[in-house]
Write a protein that binds this ligand. Structure first.
Ligand SMILES: CC(C)(COP(=O)(O)OP(=O)(O)OC[C@H]1O[C@@H](n2cnc3c(N)ncnc32)[C@H](O)[C@@H]1OP(=O)(O)O)[C@@H](O)C(=O)NCCC(=O)NCCS
Length: 157
């Protein structure tokens, strides 16, 4: 996969959250309301076009849950498969560390993001006590199964 200038797009885990990365993070998410994670255990995954950030995302642990968040791709590089690869990389990261379920939350009107996740098998989970009001639910859960592990390479392409 390449951008219009011919730069190869690569997906990498962010190994060093140094000041240079923090600056780039803040610029990439400016106006989105996405904040850097503090002490919660987490791993960031970025897509690079050359050395420029083309997409960014995170998976973190909270109260025993693996939660994905912050998925964003630069507008001019969308619909090329970058989000699928970032999501596949995060799912694989969690599976390799023993995850049996992976979660994310999303506004009901964010249809593109929902489509992007549903293809992996995420299912909407209604909040307890509101089982008959699906429109209020915002959480999605992916069960890690042998079938998911088998099909992951195909799902992220
Ligand atoms: C959602 C988003 C991450 C998708 O990124 P992307 O790299 O364009 O997505 P991909 O090309 O990997 O597509 C993944 C899947 O998403 C769905 N999808 C992506 N763009 C779509 C569109 N315009 N319409 C419908 N479905 C779409 C499709 O199901 C697609 O899979 P397919 O191509 O096999 O059918 C991107 O649109 C984005 O960054 N949107 C803004 C998100 C946002 O506001 N984040 C909040 C933090 S700032």
């Amino acid at each position: 996969m390449t951008d219009s200038a011919g730069n190869i797009i690569t997906i990498r885990k962010v190994d060093r959250e140094d000041n240079a990365w923090k600056d780039r993070f803040d610029v990439f998410y400016s106006g989105c309301g996405i904040k850097r994670l503090g002490r919660k255990p987490h791993a960031y995954f970025a897509a690079y076009a050359g050395e420029e950030i083309a997409g960014h995302s995170v998976i973190y642990r909270e109260k025993g849950r693996w939660i994905m968040d912050g998925l964003r791709v630069k507008p001019e590089l969308r619909e090329m498969g970058i989000a699928k690869q970032l999501t596949g990389a995060r799912i694989r990261h969690a599976i390799e560390r023993g995850a049996s379920q992976i979660w994310y939350s999303c506004d009901d009107d964010n249809l593109v993001t929902i489509c992007c996740h549903v293809r992996f098998g995420f299912e909407k989970v209604c909040p307890e006590g509101q089982l008959h009001k699906a429109a209020t639910a915002r959480w999605y859960r992916l069960n890690v199964t042998p079938k998911l592990i088998r099909e992951l390479p195909r799902l992220e392409k």
